[in-house]
Design a protein around this ligand. Structure first.
Ligand SMILES: Nc1nc2c(c(=O)[nH]1)N[C@H]1C(S)=C(S)[C@@H](COP(=O)(O)OP(=O)(O)OC[C@H]3O[C@@H](n4cnc5c(N)ncnc54)[C@H](O)[C@@H]3O)O[C@H]1N2
Ligand code: MOO
Length: 390
């Protein structure tokens, strides 16, 4: 089994995935996690009128040239701004025609029906122009934008009630392994509850995809081939876990053969997750992850996620990457490793507490990144390491 780099594996899968050609109307409230099928263009100027950013007086700056606390400019209060006349305004209210500035209330004193302006305002000072935020016709969010809650205010301010979002990819999740038991069933001796299925479904949900959970299937290649085929009929992309290694019971490579699949790769040069494979069956992509839950998570993030984001209409989107110094040292490694980790408030990265060996899941909880550790000698605390952000 030839092991290829994670990047090569991701590229091989990515090039065989096409964005879905389905879309649907959603409301702004449903926007978080969704991808725009069409650009959103401003239909109205926002703000819709010139407005004051503070409580004070709108006036013509030429009427307060040279004003100082000891030598204030006196302007009569009126309903309209004109030579020598100011109009009281409050934060967010329209600035009356004719004014070219607003003086904040703290920089003024009242004098009967007049206001004493104690500073000389500049032309257009404290003046928010109509359309300054989003002018009519501007593309506010281009096609392919993956929206989150931070996009909602702009949509709402534009009065948007419906927008066209790419359909959420239906991603099947099929855990394999004779030892697996779904939640709620009694646990036989040498059985374990399926952790990968629920974990990957939760991850897909968080990424704005539509998970389709299939019950765990045993290690029989023929049975597995049938279940993969049936699952592919109900989804756009299938994730499986388990059964990809070299053990006699590892049924996935044989199932792929039975399906007449085109294998894209089998074996990645990374730990954990090295036995992962990807193939096309029934014209759809399958990413077969190893059974070890952390291995399945890491390879899903590095290889599966870019392909799924392309399927979802986010062409070229890659998982976020950054580099941070290690909070503690790492031992030497002869192979490339993904290490579950947490970013600290001090701007460092710390391997997760708890066990890291095959099958362990507790230490995954609360992780927010993976350390992408290249092969090499031990690393001192403070050494910069690349991260893949979850
Ligand atoms: N002789 C060799 N043996 C193994 C090799 C190897 O190169 N030579 N590779 C090892 C590696 S690395 C991994 S990873 C596993 C991959 O095999 P599978 O994909 O078939 O994974 P399993 O053996 O089924 O599971 C590994 C581990 O994770 C537990 N597991 C599996 N599925 C789930 C699930 N859905 N929820 C929770 N836990 C799960 C499973 O019980 C095992 O403990 O092969 C190694 N062997
Ligand atoms: O590489 Mo395995 O996927 O150690 O867990």
């Amino acid at each position: 089994m030839e092991r290829i780099s994670v990047e090569r594996g991701a590229a091989l899968l990515l090039e065989r995935v096409k964005p879905l050609a389905r879309w649907e109307k959603i409301s702004p409230a449903q926007a978080p996690g969704r991808v725009l099928w069409e650009s959103v263009t401003a239909k109205l100027d926002t703000p819709p009128f010139d407005r004051s950013p503070l409580d004070g007086y709108a006036l013509r700056s030429v009427d307060a040239v040279g004003a100082e606390p000891e030598k204030p400019a006196r302007l009569v209060l009126g309903e309209a701004v004109g030579p020598g006349t100011a109009v009281p305004v409050s934060t967010g209210s329209p600035i009356p025609a004719g004014a070219d500035c607003v003086v904040k209330v703290e920089d003024t004193r009242r004098d009967g029906d007049a206001v004493l302006v104690c500073i000389a305002p500049a032309h257009w000072e404290n003046y928010v122009f109509r359309g300054e935020d989003m002018p009519v016709g501007r593309t506010i969010f281009p096609v392919g934008t993956r929206m989150d809650w931070t996009h909602v205010a702009a949509l709402a301010a534009q009065g948007v009630t419906a927008l066209a979002a790419a359909a959420r990819p239906k991603v099947g999740v099929l855990p394999t392994g004779g030892e697996l038991v779904p939640a709620g069933a009694p646990l036989p001796s040498s059985g374990i509850y399926d952790a990968n299925g629920p974990m990957l479904c939760a991850r897909l949900q968080a990424l704005g995809m539509e998970p389709v959970a299939f019950p765990p299937v045993g290690d029989d290649a023929e049975l597995l081939a049938g279940r993969v085929r049936a699952a592919l009929a109900k989804c756009d992309f299938l994730l499986t876990t388990g059964g990809v290694s070299v053990g006699a019971e590892d049924a996935m490579p044989r199932a792929a053969e039975l399906l007449g699949a085109e294998v894209l790769f089998h074996g990645l040069a990374v730990r954990p997750g090295s036995p992962a494979m990807a193939f096309l069956a029934e014209g759809k992509p399958v990413l077969a992850l190893s059974g070890n839950p952390f291995a399945s998570l890491a390879v899903f993030e590095a290889v599966g996620r870019p392909a799924l984001e392309k399927l979802a209409g986010m062409e070229g989107a890659l998982p976020g990457r950054m580099t941070l110094p290690l909070a503690e040292g790492l031992p030497a490694s002869q192979v490339r490793r993904f290490i579950r980790a947490v970013r600290t408030p001090e701007g460092r990265v710390c391997p997760a507490a708890g066990g890291h060996s095959s099958g362990m899941v507790w230490s995954l909880a609360g992780c927010d990144c993976l350390i992408d550790r290249s092969p090499g000698p031990a690393l001192e605390p403070g050494s910069p390491v690349p991260l893949l952000i979850l």
